[in-house]
Design a protein around this ligand. Sequence first.
Ligand code: HEC
Length: 174
Amino acid sequence: MKRIIIALSLVSVSALAGAAGMPFGGQDSVDDAKALWQAMTNEGLVGDNAVHSRPYKGVPPHGMVLDTIEKDITVNGHTGHVIIKRNYGGKGVDVNKVAKDPKPWLKAVTVMFKRENGYDADNQNWFWAKYKPNGSLHSNPKKMLLAGRVAKGKPAGCISCHRAAPGGDYLFNQ
Ligand code: HEC
């Protein structure tokens, strides 16, 4: 009898840990972000040998010069649409300089990846991440890493701003 009680309490502890999991910035989100970066690297979408699309003049908060590419990719067995926005900046940045040599101006790679149903049903199951050019993650002022459901339930951040995009699909450029 005692053994059964212990087994049951172990189950409920792990169920609780899952339920209380952080919507973003936790270990599971960081692992997902790593797997996504690896898949994008394999597809030539990020990293040293990445393809670039034509840069264009951007608007805040993403940067003064941007380029966007998209594709369907498979991460951990799930295939979904990924949209990659490269954010360029720095003193004197302009579209021509970025077109000629993008690397020195690259500040951040912001990514939306369409996850499986149920990942975040409230927000069309998007996974969000803001990477540095080397694939590590940017963090917010509270030192939370920007990967996962960023920042679900908060008045500012990826989700709250993209929720307001025209068309109701969380996308501005479509
Ligand atoms: C304050 C509003 C705002 C916030 C916060 C924001 N975005 Fe955006 N995002 C935009 C706008 C506006 C565009 C279109 C910009 C453009 O391409 O000129 C955009 C474009 C994008 C795109 C290209 C797809 C599209 O919607 O056109 C991606 C990917 C993206 N953002 C990811 C992110 C991620 C990841 C975060 C959080 C780390 C984030 N965004 C936070 C406003 C925001």
